[in-house]
Design a protein around this ligand. Structure first.
Ligand SMILES: Nc1ncnc2c1ncn2[C@@H]1O[C@H](COP(=O)(O)OP(=O)(O)OP(=O)(O)O)[C@@H](O)[C@H]1O
Ligand SMILES: [Mg+2]
Length: 389
């Protein structure tokens, strides 16, 4: 038996892998497909097919079922279970009345099957269709990659000057010789720079979470300390609007979570509460431990979020419509970040508006299971598919 990979043509637009343990069948398929501008590679057993995919990922696989050792269905199953290769369309070639293999092919995740004896027109129509789909999905992947790189580049390039602006404004603020008439201007510049920095941080985290690159660093964390620390940092903002804050929760509540992420989640919730609360109103923050989860809520008075818009507020760039322009300052990224970060803890986030027992306002609640398993990071360097399992 010839196990070697036979590369028939090179430098063609689409690469198709043909897998069959019978030379005659391979020649037949090659005969049909050679009439088009395809690069054809072949493998005569399952193991070689998997190695070929690792070495020269094809755009489409035509796969025979019956092969010794690793059969076609197992090859299909392994490829479809791999995040690296699952987007390669697989057409299984089976005997016409072989219902068992048809069902098996569907269960193994095959995209389609073609009955033997292979009809040339059917084969060519399917091949063209699946190559087109693959081309589009590759293009989407390329654009996503481009977006990721662009986001990283913009965030990093803006972060350095922003850090320098914030640091220098911080120094100027503490300078007693500064003319008092300049202080409101400096404060405004400082707040604007801080908001932009927060937006960049949210944008980068969302990008990292979407691409499975954000790693959680869970530690046992004292929630009361975390909440009070973040609230303390916002003290000047509370004072500016004359807001009072009610903090209520267990003193020594310890939760296993990524403290940096939880701090930023809470910061976003509190920022929203401060931003949307009317002057001289009260913000309520509660936290508690239930038998199965930890629960934290932030509630503020002010405009409600209409029922039909509540499910959208966690989408990226979502802002509630029909609000005065002044309250729409922001980027619509805060709650999208919170949702992803809380879901990375296997937790959940919920919005209720108006706040229960109030006539207005918005309440945001987060829950984290007490014993959660940090969601496995997507294997960036997934092991090779052809390695024995
Ligand atoms: N506490 C709240 N009170 C009233 N409306 C809220 C509250 N929290 C969120 N919203 C509504 O949900 C929208 C989305 O919130 P999100 O935090 O994602 O964005 P943002 O605050 O507008 O911008 P960013 O957080 O990126 O600066 C807000 O624009 C606002 O319309
Ligand atoms: Mg926000």
């Amino acid at each position: 038996m010839n196990n070697s990979v036979n590369q028939v043509e090179n430098n063609k637009t689409h690469r198709i892998l043909l897998v069959d343990d019978e030379e005659f069948n391979l020649e037949l398929l090659k005969g049909y497909l050679n009439r088009q501008d395809y690069e054809l590679i072949t493998a005569m057993d399952g193991q070689t097919a998997l190695e070929t995919v690792d070495n020269m990922p094809p755009d489409l696989i035509l796969l025979d079922v019956m092969m010794p050792e690793i059969d076609g269905l197992e090859v299909c199953r392994r490829l479809k279970a791999s995040s690296k290769y699952s987007s390669i369309p697989i057409i299984i070639i089976t005997a016409l009345d072989d219902t068992e293999h048809h069902v098996g092919a569907i269960e193994a995740g095959a995209d389609d099957f073609i009955p033997k004896p292979v009809n040339e027109s059917v084969l060519m129509a399917r091949v063209r269709g699946y190559l087109k789909t693959k081309q589009l999905s590759d293009e989407v992947k390329r654009l996503m990659e481009f977006k990721r790189n662009l986001t990283n580049m913009v965030v990093h390039d803006l972060n350095n000057p922003l850090t320098s602006i914030i640091g220098n404004l911080d120094l100027i603020k503490t300078d007693e010789n500064i003319d008092d008439s300049l202080r409101p201007l400096i404060d405004r510049a400082y707040t604007a720079a801080q908001n932009a920095a927060k937006m960049l941080e949210n944008l980068l985290s969302i990008e990292r979470m979407e691409s499975g690159m954000l790693e959680l660093n869970p530690r046992v964390t004292n929630i009361a300390d975390l909440v009070k620390h973040v609230a303390q940092l916002q003290e000047t903002n509370f004072l500016k609007k004359g807001l009072s804050v009610k903090l209520e929760g267990k003193e020594n509540l310890e939760v296993e979570c990524d403290p940096d992420l939880l701090e930023r989640i809470f910061q976003n919730l509190l920022n929203n509460a401060i931003k949307f609360a009317p002057d001289e109103s009260e913000i309520e923050i509660h936290w508690k431990e239930n038998p199965n989860d930890f629960h934290l809520s932030v509630a503020n008075h002010g405009p409600t979020i209409p029922q039909e818009q509540q499910k959208n507020v966690f989408d990226k760039f979502a802002q509630v419509e029909n609000r005065p322009e002044i309250t729409r300052k922001g980027y619509g990224l805060g709650l999208a970040f919170c949702k992803m970060a809380i879901e990375a803890h296997s937790g959940s986030i919920k919005v209720t508006s108006p706040v229960p027992d109030w006539e207005d306002g918005v309440q945001l609640e987060i829950r984290i299971p007490i014993e959660y398993t940090p969601r496995a990071q997507k294997a960036a360097n997934e092991s090779k598919i052809s390695q024995p399992v």
